[in-house]
Design a protein around this ligand. Structure first.
Ligand SMILES: [Zn+2]
Ligand SMILES: [Zn+2]
Length: 338
C-alpha cells in the first residue's frame, strides 16, 4: 500500500513540509530548502537558503526582492522535468496563474500529491495554461470559493473598458491592478482586443513588465505615466497599483475614470467602497465553476483546501463524494485584496 500523503506531507507553522524530501512548499518564513509555486509575495518570501522553482518564478523573484534575497542557491526546474529530492520526485506543471507559476507535483513511494499554489483556468496570453494532473490528494486554494464568484471572459471585460475609452475620449482611464500578473495580463488582453496605442504605467509596474518582456512576453509600447504630460494622458489608459487609484497620484490625471481589475469586483459594494467607477471582473484565480471543474478533472479522492472560502468548497466536494479538509494555512492572502 502506498503511504497516504498525510503521512509524508505535513502542515507546520511555516507552511506545508514534505518530510522525506526535507523541503517546504511556499514557506512563510526563511527555511533551508523551499520549493516555490510562484512569485507573489505571500508564496515567495525572501531569505531561503535553497530555492527550487521555474526560471520565470526565479526571474520575477530576483526583480522584486533582489538576487541575494531570492535565495542562497537558486535552482531552476523546467515544466515537466522530474527532479528527485531524497526519494521524492518533484515535477512542476503550469498553473495558469502568472508567468512561471507552477503546480508542485510530488510522487513518493507510489502516492502522489499535487499542490496547486494559486491557479486559474481562463486563457491568459502571458503564461502557460493550467494542466490537470491526476493525483491522490489535490491541494487547492479557494480564494473565490463561493457560488457568487463567476468570472466572465477577460476579453469581454476589456471590451467594456475600450467602450468606455471611446465614450469618454477626454478622460484618462486609470486601471487598478496588481503589479505581478494582473498588470501584464490586462496589457496583453488589450493588445489581443486590438488596442495598439501606448499604455502608460505607474512606476511600481515597470520592473515586472520589463522582466516579462525579457522572458518573451509581448506587451507592445509602454510608457511611464509619471513623466507624461497631463494632456498626453487624455484618452489614454494608465495602469497603477490598486493602492494608487484612489489617492493623490490619480488625482493629477485628467478627470480620471477609476477602474479596477479584480475578481472582487463581482461584489458591487466592494467597487463602490473603493471609489471604483468602472469595475472589471478580471481575476487570476479560479472562479467557483472552475474550482469544481478542476476538482472533478484531477479525480483525486481527497482534497485539502489551503486558504480562502474553504467551507463552501469543502461542502461541494463532499457532495461529489470527495473527502475534503481545510488546512487553514496562515500567511497566504489574495494579491487583489492588497
Ligand atoms: Zn498568487
Ligand atoms: Zn496566493
Amino acid at each position: 500500500m502506498p503511504p497516504h500523503p498525510q503521512t509524508w506531507l505535513k502542515t507546520t507553522p511555516s507552511g506545508l513540509f514534505c518530510e522525506p524530501g526535507g523541503f517546504f512548499i511556499d514557506p512563510t518564513r526563511p527555511v533551508d530548502r523551499a520549493v516555490i509555486s510562484h512569485a507573489h509575495a505571500d508564496h515567495a518570501r525572501p531569505g531561503h537558503a535553497d530555492v527550487l522553482a521555474t526560471a520565470g518564478t526565479l526571474a520575477v523573484m530576483r526583480t522584486r526582492m533582489g538576487a541575494e534575497r531570492a535565495g542562497g542557491q537558486q535552482q531552476e526546474l523546467p515544466y515537466g522535468e522530474r527532479l528527485t529530492v531524497n526519494g521524492v520526485a518533484v515535477t512542476l506543471v503550469p498553473a495558469g496563474h502568472v508567468l512561471g507559476s507552477a503546480q508542485i507535483v510530488l510522487d513518493y513511494e507510489g502516492s502522489r500529491a499535487v499542490i496547486s499554489g494559486d491557479y486559474k483556468r481562463q486563457p491568459d496570453p502571458t503564461c502557460a495554461a493550467f494542466q490537470p494532473v491526476p493525483c491522490d490528494v489535490f491541494v487547492t486554494e479557494a480564494t473565490f470559493g463561493l457560488p457568487v464568484f463567476r468570472h466572465p471572459p477577460a476579453t469581454a471585460e476589456i471590451h467594456r473598458l475600450l467602450a468606455s475609452v471611446d465614450l469618454f475620449p477626454a478622460r484618462t482611464h486609470v486601471v487598478g491592478c496588481y503589479a505581478l500578473g494582473k498588470c501584464q495580463r490586462v496589457i496583453a488582453v488589450l493588445r489581443q482586443c486590438g488596442y495598439d496605442k501606448p499604455i502608460y504605467l505607474h512606476g511600481a509596474h515597470v520592473a515586472v513588465c520589463n522582466t516579462y518582456r525579457a522572458l518573451g512576453v509581448e506587451l507592445g509600447e509602454l510608457r511611464p505615466a509619471t513623466v507624461a504630460a497631463k494632456a498626453d494622458l487624455q484618452g489614454a489608459i494608465v495602469l497603477a497599483p490598486p493602492s494608487a487609484i484612489a489617492d493623490r497620484w490619480a488625482r493629477r490625471l485628467e478627470d480620471p475614470v477609476v477602474c479596477m481589475a479584480s475578481g472582487w469586483m463581482r461584489i458591487r459594494q466592494r467597487a463602490k467602497a473603493g471609489g471604483v467607477e468602472l469595475p472589471l471582473i478580471i481575476s487570476d484565480h479560479a472562479d467557483w465553476d472552475d474550482l469544481l471543474r478542476t476538482i472533478r478533472e484531477v479525480g483525486a479522492p481527497e482534497i485539502w483546501v489551503t486558504h480562502g472560502a474553504e467551507e463552501a468548497l469543502i461542502h461541494a466536494a463532499t457532495r461529489l463524494q470527495i473527502r475534503a479538509r481545510a488546512l487553514s494555512l496562515v500567511g497566504y492572502g489574495d494579491e487583489d485584496a492588497a
